[in-house]
Design a protein around this ligand. Structure first.
Ligand SMILES: Nc1nc2c(ncn2[C@@H]2O[C@H](COP(=O)(O)OP(=O)(O)OP(=O)(O)O)[C@@H](O)[C@H]2O)c(=O)[nH]1
Ligand SMILES: [Mg+2]
Length: 587
């Protein structure tokens, strides 16, 4: 473009130069022509003009021609100069334009490069960003899954995938709020515990136990409407929320259906397994404002169903509530009693039927309640076992009994054995062997004067059996209490290192009127003697009973016929009075 402009400019200059030369020629030609044209005219007038004047005129014409040529030259020179000047200017302009264009081009190239670099880095960044975004998405997904898992763990039971206690309580709370806001809104909570589930675990193992729990939960759910909530609270405990029911009877119908469904045999890994459930029902009609209250009441009702023989349902009522309150107070009182040692030990004499001598005593605990007076053991020992308080209580009695044995022996009443009751709980709750040894060492009692009394249920408990053998090795006596009321087999009895069997008073009480009871007593005596054990009959209240037992070689008796349980002081007096005569006071 610039080159074209430059060549165009040169062309114009050349054309102008060329045209000026033509113009010079033309002007000259015109002047000559004018001279020639006018020559005749001149010659005509020359005749009238003197010769000298012609020469002057010729000179004037020549001068005009030269002047004209000179003028033309001057003008064309000036024009040409101007033109060249302009051409040079244009050249300079063109050069600067070319430079500018060149600069612009290189700037453009640079810009292009920068743009390309920028594009590349943008692309790189974009791909990096998309990678980061992908990573972030993966992390978010992972976190969501973890959150879901955590929620699953926090609110659902891992085995049955049902809601757990926390989620159930949340739902229950909402339902309580709803029912409080709308009149006539009814709901019910069913608290379900499978009966004797431990036997399934113990006999078929935990894996089948787990399968049974899953299968049982499915059967329960199949008895419900889609809106009802079932939860597993743990172990073999379940809860059902029947929301917005029309009538109170709906809950009992559901409980009935569940019990029927559960009673049908389960086929698990080739075993036919039978199960039943105890159900407690609590209705919103009682008026609850807290979820834990209705759950507590449904639980109480379930316990009542268990106590009344299992495989049934019970509806919570106010009597149950007041019983529960009493139990709660009793537990608080019992804890205080343990702290303040509000107990005393009574001793009931044991008499030999062979020589009529008092051979020992059974230590029996009494609770001196500050408001209620003396509380018999039947009223608090089961609670003490349930709450674990039996452990400190049992330890306390043993220590008391050991101190008492020493006192009697030091007073000259030689070899007084004292029976101290131990529960299975005690054997499991603490290192009972260590505790007994410690107390024996601290009190200095002879091991053979301690008679550890246990119930038949221990016969099936391997841990207890091992401990009993250790106690026997130390020289202690072992007695089985309430014999005949439990369900231990003779085989398991043979595994126990037992010295004495105590015949339960329920058999003794029916002597002599019940031949069945007499037969059982005679059999127990014969069996025990065959196994090398002594027999003690408790609850002996009449002379006939004593005579019967003596006639059938029973070794010892204990009961009101001879003496009720006595305080240590009264026992001392009895010992002094009776032992002086060397007789227990009967024939
Ligand atoms: N298989 C299995 N057993 C469990 C699980 N959790 C708790 N258990 C057992 O379930 C049993 C529940 O016992 P309980 O309900 O107290 O007693 P039970 O033998 O059913 O007797 P009752 O309820 O008094 O009729 C215990 O033996 C626990 O060891 C579990 O996840 N799987
Ligand atoms: Mg159970």
């Amino acid at each position: 473009m610039n080159l074209k402009l430059k060549s165009d400019t040169n062309n114009v200059v050349n054309a102008v130069k060329h045209n000026i030369r033509y113009l010079n020629g033309i002007v000259l030609l015109i002047v000559c022509t004018l001279v020639l044209v006018n020559a005749r005219f001149l010659s005509s007038i020359l005749n009238y003009i003197p010769q000298n004047s012609i020469i002057v005129m010729l000179l004037i014409v020549l001068g005009l021609i030269v002047g004209n040529l000179y003028l033309v030259r001057r003008i064309s020179g000036t024009v040409l100069n101007k033109l060249e000047e302009y051409s040079n200017k244009i050249d300079t302009l063109l050069i600067s334009q070319e430079k500018e264009i060149h600069d612009r081009k290189s700037t453009e190239e640079k810009l292009n490069k920068v743009r390309q670099d920028l594009e590349k880095s943008v692309n790189d960044r974009t791909s990096e960003l998309s990678k980061t975004v992908k990573n972030l998405e993966e992390q978010i997904n992972k976190r969501r899954m973890t959150e879901k898992e955590l929620e699953q763990q926090a609110f659902y039971d891992q085995l049955t995938k049902m809601p757990n206690r926390s989620l159930f309580a949340k739902i229950l709370k909402q339902v309580i709020e709803r029912s409080n806001n709308s009149k006539g809104y009814l709901f019910a909570v069913l608290f379900i515990d499978l009966d004797r589930f431990k036997v399934i675990n113990d006999s078929l193992g935990h894996i089948i136990g787990d399968e049974l729990l899953m299968a049982a939960s499915e059967r329960m759910e199949s008895c419900l409407r889609p809106d009802d909530t079932t939860a597993r609270f743990g172990g073999d405990e379940f809860a059902i929320l029947l929301d917005n029911i029309k009538k109170v009877g709906e809950a009992t119908r559901v409980a009935d259906r569940i019990q029927k469904k559960l009673k049908k045999p389960f086929e698990l890994k080739g075993y036919e397994v039978f199960i039943s459930a105890s159900i407690g029902i609590a209705y919103s009609a009682t008026g609850y404002s807290r979820e834990e209250d209705i759950l507590r009441d449904a639980d109480s009702a379930m316990y009542r169903a268990k106590a009344l023989g299992r495989s049934r349902y019970e509806i919570f009522d106010t009597v149950m509530h007041s019983n529960a309150m009493k139990l709660m107070k009793l537990e608080a009182d019992l804890r205080r009693a343990v702290k303040k040692k509000e107990f005393i030990v009574h001793y009931q004499p044991i008499v030999s039927l062979k020589n009529k001598m008092i051979t020992g005593a059974e230590a029996l605990i009494r609770w001196e309640h500050p408001e209620q007076g003396m509380v018999p053991p039947m009223e608090f020992i089961p609670l003490a076992e349930e709450t674990g308080l039996i452990t400190p209580i049992g330890e306390w009695i043993l220590r008391k009994a050991c101190i008492q044995i020493n006192e009697w022996n030091n007073a000259g009443h030689k070899l007084m054995r004292v029976k101290v009751n131990f529960s299975v709980r005690q054997f499991h709750n603490q290192d009972v062997l260590k505790v007994i040894k410690k107390i024996a060492i601290e009190t200095g009692v002879l091991y053979r004067l301690i008679d550890v009394e246990i119930t038949e249920s221990i016969a099936t408990d391997n841990k207890c059996i091992v401990i009993l053998h250790e106690l026997r090795k130390l020289g202690m006596q072992i007695s089985i209490d309430d014999f005949g009321t439990g369900y231990s087999s003779l085989g398991s009895l043979n595994r126990l290192p037992v010295n004495t069997i105590k015949i339960d008073k329920s058999f003794v009480k029916d002597i002599p009127n019940d031949s069945g009871a007499e037969g059982i007593v005679k059999t127990i005596i014969a069996m025990a003697h065959n196994l090398g054990m002594k027999v003690l009959a408790e609850g002996v209240e009449t002379e006939e009973q004593r005579a019967f037992l003596e006639a059938h070689n029973c070794d010892e008796i204990q009961g009101y016929l001879f003496s009720p349980p006595l305080t240590a002081e009264d026992f001392n007096q009895l010992l002094s009075a009776k032992q002086e005569n060397n007789l227990a006071g009967f024939n």
